[in-house]
Each structure stands twice: as C-alpha cells, then as structure tokens.
Design a protein around this ligand. Structure first.
Ligand code: ZN
Length: 218
C-alpha cells in the first residue's frame, strides 16, 4: 500500500522528534512540528496505527513500528541523496536544496533511488553534513559532534548544520563558519555555554544557540 506525502511527513517528524526525546512523541509536540491542530494529529495517528506504521497509546505518545521506522529512514535517505544531486549536478546552492528535496523525497521508485545512490558514488553525508543511511537503513558511524559538545582545546572543522534557515546560513557565512572551515575551540563559558573559537588566527565568540546547530569533526 502506498503512503501519502502527508503520512510520510508525519513518519519523518515522529522519527526526528523521537531521537530528541529518546522515546514516545507527544501529540502536542507533533502538532507543533507539523504546524497543525492536535485533533488532526490524532486522526493521522489513528490512520498510521491502522497501517501498523506507529504504536499509539493515548497518554504515552507515539513511537514508530519497525515498518514505520523503515519508511521514515528511507524518506531521509532519499531527501539527503537528492540534496547531494542538486548541489553537485544541478548547480543549486546548499541553502536552496532543502525545499526542493522536501518534494523529491516522496518519489517512490526504489530503482531510481538505487541508481541515484550509485550515480553519486554512495555519498555518506548530505551538503549540510547530515548522515545518509544506506539501503539497509544503517547510518554511517558518527565522526562528528555538535559544536556545543566539543571539548575545549580541540582542533576541529565545520561539517554541517542542523538549522537550514536562510538567516542562520547567512550568519555563518558572515562570521566565516563555512563548511570545511577549520578552527580551535579555546574556551567554553559555563554561564551561558557560549564558546570562543580561534579561526584563521582571529578570536570568534559563538553563542550556545548557534553552537548547538553546528556539526563539527570530533
Ligand atoms: Zn534538507
């Protein structure tokens, strides 16, 4: 049975939220993420539950079944592969690809995805540094941490971001935190968990809010 775009987007949202909470996802969190009413979420969860894609207990929140997890990871795989394709072969800027990939991720031909993956030479990361699961749904081993978790004194480089808004990407560009940029973490302030970096010989102060959205090498 085919899943609709909306169903797939819910599965993806449940996957992403559950990685944050490490467990069941509340209807409210899902409603906020999907920008809709809690009652619409409940209807959708009943539908997904009848297709055995989620386990939904009214007061314990929702979790993905193995079948639902497989669909969600496959959507993420397609999304990230298309982003690589758009940047490497169609000349899109890395800020421009997310919204296009949001549509392409729903094209459901397994053969297309297999050939795309091969054509791109089996990339492990998307242009934002997000790991690409393989055809079996396995993610590459983590060789990266969030900048807000990097130990003080460590030399590192920028590998990606978890926030794709134009204003965030423009900010990174302005302060010189481009993809691949090397730096050393010289201090972390306990008070607000902001950090000081040394970047091309110049100090740069980075807020915790910014640091927690940047992936760096470990
Ligand atoms: Zn994206």
């Amino acid at each position: 049975m085919e899943n609709s775009f909306t169903e797939e987007n819910y599965l993806k949202a449940i996957y992403k939220l559950s990685r944050r909470t490490n467990g069941g996802v509340s209807t409210n969190a899902l409603a906020e993420r999907m920008d809709t009413k809690a009652s619409s979420v409940t209807d959708m969860l009943k539908r997904l539950s009848s297709k055995k894609l989620v386990d939904y207990q009214k007061y314990q929140g929702v979790t993905l079944t193995d079948k639902g997890l497989k669909v969600a990871v496959d959507i993420i795989r397609k999304h990230r592969l298309w982003e690589v394709f758009l940047v490497e072969h169609l000349g899109f800027g890395e800020h421009e690809v997310h919204d296009v990939a949001e549509q392409m991720e729903h094209v459901s031909s397994p053969l297309l995805v297999e050939r795309l993956d091969k054509f791109l030479n089996h990339p492990k990361y998307d242009p934002h540094g997000g790991p690409i699961p393989d055809a079996d749904g396995k993610f590459p081993a983590p060789t990266r941490v969030k900048l807000d978790e990097l130990p003080v004194g460590k030399q590192s480089k920028v590998l990606g971001v978890t926030e794709h808004s134009d204003s965030f990407l423009a900010y990174l560009k302005k302060v010189g935190l481009d993809l691949g940029q090397q730096f050393t973490l010289i201090d972390r302030h306990d008070f607000d968990r902001s950090v000081d970096l040394l970047l091309n010989g110049e100090p740069l102060h980075v807020s915790h809010e910014v640091a927690r959205h940047i992936f760096v090498s470990n």
